[in-house]
Design a protein around this ligand. Structure first.
Ligand code: ZN
Length: 74
């Protein structure tokens, strides 16, 4: 279950180095190009789509935690 997050592919590295996950996807992996190519993606590419999603979800959950900490302080 932890395997996708330990993946160190180029896509994940690029995502981690980008300032904003949402603009990263908009520029590099627009949703339309993903859905149009779903049936032609290789198993490795599908795995990496999952590891990108895991990276984003982890980032979002950390931001939420930070945000909630700030709210508690007020
Ligand atoms: Zn990957």
């Amino acid at each position: 279950m932890n395997e996708p997050l330990t993946c160190s592919c180029q896509m994940k590295t690029d995502l981690e180095n980008s300032a904003d996950a949402f603009s990263f996807f908009k520029e590099n992996y627009p949703l339309s190009s993903i859905t149009n190519n779903l049936n032609t993606l290789s198993k490795q590419e599908l795995r990496c789509a999952c590891c990108l999603m895991g990276t984003v979800l982890t980032g979002i959950s950390q931001k939420k935690t930070l945000w909630e900490r700030l709210k508690v302080k007020k």
